[in-house]
Design a protein around this ligand. Structure first.
Ligand SMILES: Nc1c(NC[C@H](O)[C@H](O)[C@H](O)CO)[nH]c(=O)[nH]c1=O
Ligand SMILES: CC(=O)[C@@H](O)COP(=O)(O)O
Length: 158
């Protein structure tokens, strides 16, 4: 089902684990800050709604999505969170750079999951237009940050 067929902010609280003791990291890309800040707020508010303590949220910023894997790896090593949410927004430009950034970021995050013990959630929008990104970061399709927060709690309890 495409995003257009569902709301990214919908979730069932009854399906979620007890999150009161969980420590969740959020690594946020500074590229397209209108989008990444909206994703961060969606993730943060959902985590708080689901019982995570504000003091157990840790935010680090990185320059762009390409730096998300390194930032997540460093946070995991230094802080040992129960899960990390990697937040980014990649919007297609005139050149193939979009493809390289998206592939490298996705591959890097997947390698952290497969090689490590701390789940890293892929909260990276990869859109053709700014409007598509707005639609998925609190617009008509909901907020992917909320979806990522739910995934983080479920994976932290796995
Ligand atoms: N164009 C976008 C970028 N580009 C920057 C890279 O992510 C990286 O920071 C740079 O190549 C230096 O290593 N990043 C995004 O997150 N979103 C974009 O649309
Ligand atoms: C995703 C990107 O790196 C992209 O926004 C850069 O734009 P351009 O391909 O026009 O240089």
């Amino acid at each position: 089902m495409a995003t257009a067929g569902k709301n990214l902010s919908d979730y069932d609280k009854d399906e979620l684990p007890d999150a009161r003791q969980m420590r969740i990291g959020l690594v946020v890309s500074q590229w397209n800050p209108e989008i990444t800040e909206a994703l961060y707020q969606g993730a943060r508010s959902t985590l708080l709604e689901c019982g995570v303590s504000d003091g157990n949220l840790l935010r680090w910023d990185v320059p762009g999505s390409f730096e998300l894997p390194f930032g997540c790896k460093k946070m995991i090593h230094r802080e040992q969170p129960d899960a990390v949410i990697a937040i980014g927004s990649v919007i297609r430009g005139e050149t193939p750079h979009f493809d390289f950034v998206c592939q490298a970021t996705a591959q890097g995050i997947q390698e952290l999951n497969l090689r490590g013990e701390v789940p890293v959630i892929f909260c990276v929008l990869t859109d053709n237009t700014l409007q598509q990104a707005r639609d998925r970061s609190g617009g008509r399709h909901g907020n992917k940050g909320a979806e990522a927060a739910v995934a983080a709690l479920k994976m932290a309890a796995l």
